[in-house]
Design a protein around this ligand. Structure first.
Ligand code: NHR
Ligand code: GAR
Length: 208
């Protein structure tokens, strides 16, 4: 049974998709906690309603990124996570924090990395005249949005798309992609070799 800690900052719809898939598909995992850096994050309500432990580590109460990350790490580690899942978590994390969770922290980023790291990805894709856009699940490394890629989902960019219409199209795919990727981790099917992710075949089921 793997312990998963999910970090959010807002709506938490990707967190919700992971929780629902875990429950519906009976993964050998539990959501040990949902933690937000924003006390008002909507996603906390969903977690509380499901009886999932929640915590808030409010970044604005800390004087530096190092102090915030230290407090966040202490809170996360109380739940003994095998995996930390960033789901719309909006604070850049310091190198020591990232190193502590090396190989066991995933992020979903709303672009086809390496295109458009950072913020405002949908508008950037529109402005660049991209025909395709999407989302990427990657292991988190110190360099923002540069970690080894686990999986990507693609959508078309359509004429007349706005940030709103395009982000909504991408989000539908995120809600399938993230549960798929987290499940691979839970089933020990991800390995990182020379900075690249390998997806391993499912374990054989033995029959009698
Ligand atoms: N930290 C590291 N070291 N590496 C990554 O790959 C990270 C990370 C922290 C968050 C998620 C992310 C994304 O998917 C993520 C990946 C926030 C910002 C940002 O600029 C950028 C990327 C991501 C999340 N945040 C501002 C900051 O100053 C605050 C913005 C706000 O509060 O709205 O931290 O792209
Ligand atoms: C998602 O689209 C996620 O990919 C993106 O924010 C949204 C969060 O939605 N993440 C980032 O932009 C990270 N910089 P959610 O809170 O409903 O999951």
């Amino acid at each position: 049974m793997k312990n998963i800690v999910i970090l959010i900052s807002g709506r938490g719809s990707n967190m919700e998709a992971v929780v629902r898939a875990l429950e519906a598909e009976g993964w050998p995992a539990r959501i040990a906690a949902v933690i937000s850096n924003k006390p008002e994050a909507k996603g906390l309500d969903f977690a509380r309603a499901r009886g999932i432990p929640t915590a808030v580590v409010a970044n604005k109460e800390y004087g530096s990124r190092a102090e915030f990350d230290a407090a966040l790490q202490e809170t996360i580690d109380r739940f003994a996570p095998d995996l930390v899942v960033l789901a719309g978590f909006m604070r850049i994390l310091t190198a020591p924090f990232v190193e502590h969770y090396a190989g066991r922290m995933l992020n979903i980023h709303p672009s086809l990395l390496p295109l458009f790291p950072g913020l405002a990805t949908h508008q950037q894709a529109i402005d660049a005249g991209e025909k395709e856009h999407g989302a990427t699940v990657h292991f988190v490394t110190a360099e923002l949005d540069h970690g080894p890629v686990v999986a990507q989902a693609r959508v078309p960019v359509l004429p007349g798309d706005t940030e709103e219409t395009l982000s909504a199209r991408v989000l539908v795919e995120e809600h399938k992609l993230y549960p798929y990727a987290v499940r691979l981790f839970v089933e020990d099917r991800l390995s990182i070799e020379n900075g690249e992710v390998r997806i391993l075949a499912p374990a054989e089921t033995t029959s009698i």
